[in-house]
Each structure stands twice: as C-alpha cells, then as structure tokens.
Design a protein around this ligand. Structure first.
Ligand code: XMP
Length: 319
C-alpha cells in the first residue's frame, strides 16, 4: 500500500525532527496502537527508545506474556516489564466512580513512566499510541455542549511539572489506518487484527469496587467467551468483544442447591472507528453455548446476559 509506505516514511522523519538526539520512553499496553507506535519510533531512533510495559493487574489472562515475547523475541526492542499491580490495585481499592478509576489509573501510569525514565538516566519524551478518536472522545461530544464522556487514560497531556514531552505519532489516525500501518511495518495479521483493549483494562469492566477475586472471575469468563467466539469463526467479524462482571448477585439453582452469585454481561459490537457501534447479532445458539460454559466453568457467576445496546446511546465499555 503506497499511501501507508509514504505515511511511514513521513512519520519517521517527523519523529526524528521532534526527538533530535533525545531519549524516548514508550508505554506499551499490549494493544495494537501502542505497539505500532513503538515499532515506528524504533525505526526512527533505534536504541534511544525504551519500551515500558506496565502490568497494572488489570490485564486479561495471558496478555502480559504475549506482549513481552513479541517485543523481546520478535523485534528485539528493549523492553522493561514493570509489575505494578500491587500499587494500582491498592490505589483503586474501594473506588467506584468511573472517572475516578480512569484518573487514578492515568496518574499512576505517569508515575511509573517517570520512575522508569529515571532508571535509564532520564528520558526527554514519553510516547503513546493515542489515536484521533481517543482525542475527540475525551474532549467533547459532537453536536451538543462540550461535555467529557470519558477521560481516556492517555489523553489530556502531562502534568506541568514534568520535563518529558509527548510523542504521539498516531494522533491523526483512525484504527483502520493504524492497522494498515502496522502491516506495513511487518506486524502479523493476527496481531494487527486484535480487538482493542482499553488502557484502564478490566477496571472499567467491573462496575463498582474492584477486587482481586472479581478480577479472577472476570478473566475466566472473558477467556471462555473469546474462545467460543474464535471457535465460531467470528473474531474478525467483531470490532470488540468482552465480558463485564456486574455488581449484582442473583439467585440460581445448581444440582439441588441454591446459588447466589454474580451476573456476567457479554458485550460484542461492530464498528469502523469506535465512535459509533452496533451490537453484534449473535445467533441464540451461540449465546446459549457461551452462557452455559461460563456458568458451568466459572465459580462465582450464575447468570449471563447479553448487552443489546448500540453506541450511541450506549458506549462500548460500560464505564
Ligand atoms: P467507548 O467505551 O468510549 O470506547 O465507546 C470506544 C473505544 O475506546 C476504547 N477505550 C479506551 N482506550 N484508553 C484506551 O486506550 C481508554 O481510557 C479507553 N476508554 C475506552 C474502548 O475499548 C473502545 O474500543
């Protein structure tokens, strides 16, 4: 694709001009966006880039390993793996408000990046895989008065006291363009085709207070749901699919016993850019299979519901 080849060359030049002889720290989330940003910046400035993967304890099952092996094994890009889960989970303890969750997580990410920058003798820039829709959605909602719907964890700039400046080479791109750029940079179709995963992770898929126990339950349900989606050959037809663990318990019956466990909501949407979305019209047999497996295999869940809300009026994530 010649337009992406040209975009790649231009972006590399822009990064070189902005960074000069400086050092860059890039926050990797495991998603496509930050990975594409990292590979692009590595092409531009080589070893003056250090990637930092922050495990905030809010990842899906297996996520951390996949990212670390891709970067260390395949690309040979220096990568620091920080396990900050205790810090993040302690700061989130008892937090129920979605915006407070998001802001707490955003601030802690910055703290970790600053600490890692110090360890490598200082960095001049912080790189992020911010996309155009992230910017728009965090700033205002089109058509009405300027209202923040959600504060994306990586939008809003850096605190004034910080010496680091931002490098955001994808800030003008939409998701489909980032995927094209990723392919142009040699990322595999499987990696580039991954569903988006939000920086705040599972924190915004557990309405109410987050606990390690709820995170474990949600991870198990999410893994089964995605496994069924892959088996049905539907992964690539869906923009994003995930499970949500509701702060509601309901009565059920299993064997001869009464259960009183949590409700799990399943979400799947189609979309072009994440700005609008339609719920995915699964057939009932698929939903029944996924629900049966989740209830049978995940202790703590005894009821499964499917979210049939499009965006607008819903948003894709629940918080
Ligand atoms: P919403 O829920 O606003 O989500 O309809 C639109 C898309 O953005 C993702 N999302 C985020 N991504 N940091 C991110 O990197 C965030 O704070 C964030 N919040 C939402 C969401 O998963 C969906 O793909």
């Amino acid at each position: 694709d010649w337009t992406m080849a040209a975009y790649r060359a231009a972006a590399v030049e822009t990064i070189r001009a902005q960074v000069g002889e400086g050092r860059v720290i890039c926050g990797l989330s495991g998603g496509v966006d930050s990975s594409v940003a990292a590979v692009l910046i590595h092409e531009a400035i080589g070893d003056r880039l250090t990637c930092v993967f922050v495990d905030h304890g809010l990842m899906r099952a297996g996520e951390a390993d996949e990212v670390v092996s891709l970067f260390r094994g395949h690309y040979n890009i220096p990568l620091v793996h920080v396990d900050a889960s205790d810090t993040f989970l302690a700061a989130l303890e008892g937090v129920t408000d979605p915006e407070v969750k998001r802001k707490t997580i955003g601030k802690l990410f910055i703290d970790v990046f600053e600490a890692e920058a110090k360890k490598i003798g200082g960095a001049d820039f912080l790189a992020q895989g911010t996309l155009y829709p992230d910017v728009i959605e965090s700033v205002s909602f089109t058509g009405g008065p300027s209202v923040t719907i959600k504060s994306h964890h990586n939008v809003g700039g850096l605190p004034d006291r910080m010496a680091m400046k931002l490098v955001e080479p994808l800030r003008e791109l939409f998701k489909d363009e980032v995927r094209k750029l990723g392919r142009e940079l040699g990322l595999t179709d499987a990696f580039v085709g991954r569903h988006p995963f939000p920086g705040p992770g599972l924190a915004i898929r557990i309405p109410g207070a987050i606990t390690r126990e709820k995170l474990d339950i949600l991870r198990k349900a999410d893994t089964i749901y995605l496994d069924e989606i892959r088996k049905a050959g539907l992964y690539d037809a869906i923009w994003q699919a995930f499970a949500v663990l509701l702060p509601v318990q309901t009565v059920g019956v299993m064997g001869d016993g009464r259960t009183y466990d949590s409700v799990c909501a399943l979400r799947a949407v189609t979309s072009v850019d994440g700005m609008t979305a339609d719920f995915y019209p699964f057939d009932m047999a698929f939903l029944g299979r996924a629900a049966t497996r989740i209830i049978n295999e995940v202790k703590g869940i005894n009821r499964v519901v499917y979210d049939v809300t499009s965006k607008p009026p819903g948003t894709i994530e629940w918080e």
